[in-house]
Design a protein around this ligand. Structure first.
Ligand code: FO1
Length: 324
């Protein structure tokens, strides 16, 4: 019988990639698969950009710009500087080295490879041995409703710096999207998930924005059903610490969606999906509220300000999983 020891992490954005880095340091490479959100993807200046895949990929390769949260360290901006001479848009910054990634991704995709295979090839070239999979090979595009009407995600997130108030979120193409084959195998195959004869042990929902980073993954048709039928524990790490989001518009979106900005409000949002919830030590008051939802809770240092903390949070999540 295959040993249930494989961890599936669902990730989007910068916060998710931090926990993924901790998990990758703690688990053997064949024990971890990351499924990343691809609803932030867009074609920009002809380049197919996949921000959440690239943030995880660069992080796992140790090449990510830690201070910025996205993109590469030691980046140069000659392309953007040259672009600025023309009256074209420069609000979405593509570094010279980053463009190599988009160029090779475009080549692979134009040769007819799926985004999953393309990502695998890119990861292989960067020496990454963990499995990084897009949630879907089909295009899904997040839009946010604001007083300006529906905005494409990167226009809202980058060009307008999350300034407009979001009153709704939609994912164009979601109803037609299928799980990527690798994602589907992980959730459906109760048999071994890899050549090492491992079975899926648990799913970890990383501390990403629930509305625009995790929801696109969970709302792909059949995902919720397959998660439930997998029978494995599903835990989430709160992206809200002490009433604050660490990065990005999560807190702002919760306010605009009339939700209290609290860890328990996120637990409530995930309540039909998760068995366990990891909150920060500063949020003890939330424990009874979350336990009242029949969700088990542990507290852990959730502010991942350095590698040791990312590793410790990963260890705390894995120890929590052993309670199920
Ligand atoms: N975020 C920004 O705030 N400004 C940028 O100019 C920017 C460029 C960029 C280029 C490639 C890439 O993969 C990500 C980039 N991001 C930028 C981050 C991106 O908008 C976010 O990482 C996700 O879409 C949200 O998690």
């Amino acid at each position: 019988m295959a040993k249930a020891s494989h961890i599936l992490a669902l990730s989007g954005g910068v916060g998710g990639a931090k926990l993924v880095q901790g998990l990758a340091k703690v688990l053997a490479c064949e024990q971890l698969t990351i499924v990343a959100n691809t609803a932030d993807d867009f074609i920009h200046l002809g380049f197919p950009v996949s921000p959440d895949l690239d943030t995880v990929m660069y992080t796992l390769a140790g090449l990510n710009n830690q201070q910025q949260g996205w993109g590469l360290e030691n980046e140069s901006w000659q392309f953007m500087d040259a672009l600025a001479q023309f009256n074209t848009e420069t609000w979405f910054r593509l570094g010279d080295r980053d463009i190599a990634t988009h160029t090779v991704r475009r080549q692979f995709l134009e040769q007819g490879n799926s985004l999953e295979v393309t990502t695998q090839m890119l990861c292989q070239s960067l020496g990454i041995r963990n499995r990084l999979i897009p949630m879907s090979n089909e295009r899904v595009s997040t839009q946010v409703q604001t007083e300006q009407g529906w905005l494409d995600f990167q226009d809202y997130f980058v060009r307008q710096q999350c300034e407009p108030e979001v009153t709704d979120v939609r994912f164009l193409g979601l109803e037609r999207a299928q799980l990527s084959p690798g994602f589907d195998e992980l959730l459906s195959g109760h048999s071994a998930v890899n050549a090492k004869n491992q079975r899926l042990r648990a799913v970890i929902i990383c501390p990403s924005n629930p509305f625009v980073s995790i929801d696109p993954i969970l709302k792909i048709p059949t995902v919720l059903d397959k998660l439930k039928r997998s029978g494995v524990p599903i835990i989430a790490v709160s992206p809200i610490i002490n009433g604050q989001a660490i990065k990005g518009p999560t807190a702002k979106m919760m306010k605009a969606l009339d939700m209290p900005v609290s860890a328990s409000a996120v637990a409530n949002y995930y309540r039909d999906i998760i068995d366990g919830f990891v909150i920060d030590g500063s949020d003890s008051a939330e424990i009874p509220v979350i336990e009242a939802m029949s969700i088990r809770v542990i507290q852990a240092q959730s502010l991942m300000t350095n590698l040791d903390r990312k590793i410790q949070l990963a260890k705390d999540c894995l120890r929590f999983i052993d309670q199920f």
